[in-house]
Design a protein around this ligand. Structure first.
Ligand SMILES: Nc1ncnc2c1ncn2[C@@H]1O[C@H](COP(=O)(O)OP(=O)(O)OP(=O)(O)O)[C@@H](O)[C@H]1O
Ligand SMILES: [Mg+2]
Length: 424
């Protein structure tokens, strides 16, 4: 087992493409750590730098307390599984799984027994004499995972190993991989762009955006208290409502969230009130997840400042629930635009970036120091999304009143960063 530290790591590809910027991350021994982010954010690059398949441009990789930048993949004792697990086509499943042990000269009988045991754990023991070409995608991935794990690596790296499988198989394998990795206790870094996979598998996870770390923490921490609007939106399915408001501190009433045509108010006794008051008269982004908006009968009693209203424009059936979209006349925010990192200037490969060697190494989420913009993001009219309880379905065109659970509403500055910092 190994702990992994990335200390101010940058990656600049030979063409000058900057893929990873000043990454600071610590992955603890035995942890199942997930790297999550949209396509092109640098996930595979990070994994390949940890594996030793890609050179680190600047910064250091530490494995078990020693700088490992110059170590070969073999010296790092890492095993890696890719999206399409590359198996030798002319070797059987058993032959593929045996291969790493043959290379290291292990006893054949012992190696054979080990393969059978691992194949059983992976649910492929009945097909160990078959060639990869005769297996399904899921079976091939199991064999690839088996081949990676057989040598008992100190570090197990997986790059979207389930993304080419269908949804049902993905769920099944996700559960099995998690259980297997946990049972071996091997430090694992798992790359995905699927937020469900990340949240269900991770002990801790990092969310990346354009080569920068946006947030890091346990899935619960990141979901309940995302560092940025981008993270809140990326982890929200159904999508979070991101609404533009101006905040007014009003004596006797609370902190008024003025959406133009509608208002909510945060009571003074809310624990975040003291952080929010500094935003008096300024723009804030209010994040309301669909499950924190509860339809109530119009006109029914509700605490002051907790109700938004709208007219149902459309409804969607999702099997276990209905989602409704209501026109509420409130400007919404495009999460992909808010707080967007400055595009990196491409730079000469190999030329070191400026890096402060004295900075605190494990100082929490990296947040770029951009000037606060009061009107960032695109304001466009859009719909409020909310859930409808079964058996209580309104019709299109109906007016709805929605009570917001203000204790679960998220607040961000106009720059997209969380208003209330939480120390993790
Ligand atoms: N060999 C390369 N040469 C130049 N640029 C590269 C190379 N590999 C990746 N990049 C660029 O680096 C950035 C990060 O790529 P990377 O493959 O790490 O992203 P990713 O998060 O794994 O994306 P995906 O989810 O699509 O796999 C991208 O902008 C990509 O175009
Ligand atoms: Mg990738």
């Amino acid at each position: 087992m190994t702990d992994v530290v990335l200390d101010g790591v940058d990656k600049v590809y030979p063409g000058g493409q900057i893929a990873v910027r000043d990454l600071r991350l610590r992955i603890a021994e035995g942890e199942l750590f997930v790297l999550l982010g949209p396509s092109g954010c640098g996930k595979s690059t990070i994994l390949r730098m940890i594996a030793g398949l890609e050179e680190i441009t600047t910064g250091d990789l530490w494995l078990n307390g020693s700088v490992a930048n110059e170590l070969t993949p073999r010296e790092r004792n890492v095993a890696m599984v890719f999206q399409e697990g590359a198996l030798y086509p002319h070797r059987t499943v058993k032959g593929n799984m045996m291969f790493p042990l043959e290379v290291s000269g292990d006893d054949r009988a012992e190696a054979g027994a080990k393969v059978v045991e691992l194949a059983r754990a992976l649910g492929i023991n009945s097909m160990i004499d078959r060639l990869p070409g005769t297996l399904s995608g899921g079976q091939r991935q199991r064999a690839a995972i088996g081949r990676a794990l057989i040598r008992e690596p100190s570090l197990f790296l997986m790059d979207e190993p389930l993304s080419s499988l269908d949804a049902g198989l993905r769920t099944e394998l996700r559960i099995e991989i998690t259980a297997l990795v946990r049972s071996t206790g091997t430090t694992t870094v798992y790359v995905t762009h699927d937020q469900v996979e990340a949240m269900t598998m991770a002990d801790r996870m990092a969310v990346l955006r354009e080569g920068l770390l946006e947030d890091v923490g346990t899935p619960e921490q990141i979901y309940e208290d995302p560092a940025t609007v981008f993270v809140a939106a990326f982890l929200s399915s159904p999508p979070i409502n991101l609404l533009h408001a101006t905040l007014w501190a009003v004596e006797g009433e609370g902190l008024l969230l003025d959406f133009g045509s509608q208002r909510l108010s945060v009571p003074w006794n809310d624990p975040r009130a003291s952080s929010l008051i500094s935003r008096h008269g300024r723009s804030v982004i209010v994040g309301i997840r669909p499950d924190t908006l509860m339809p109530i009968a119009p006109g029914s009693p509700a605490p002051h400042g907790t109700v938004l209203s709208g007219r149902i424009r459309t409804m969607e059936f999702h099997g276990h629930e209905w989602l409704a979209y209501a026109e509420a006349g409130i400007p919404t925010i495009d999460a992909t635009e808010v707080g967007r990192p400055e595009p990196p200037e491409t730079r000469e490969p190999g030329r070191p970036g400026v890096r402060d060697r004295l900075r605190t190494l494990f100082g929490g989420p990296h947040l770029h120091d951009e000037p606060v913009e009061e009107h960032a993001g695109h304001h466009r009219r859009s719909d409020l999304v909310f859930r409808i309880a079964p058996g209580n379905r309104p019709s299109r065109g109906d007016h709805v009143a929605l009570r917001a659970d203000l204790s679960r509403v998220l607040f961000f500055g106009a720059d997209g960063r969380r208003v209330t910092p939480v120390h993790r």
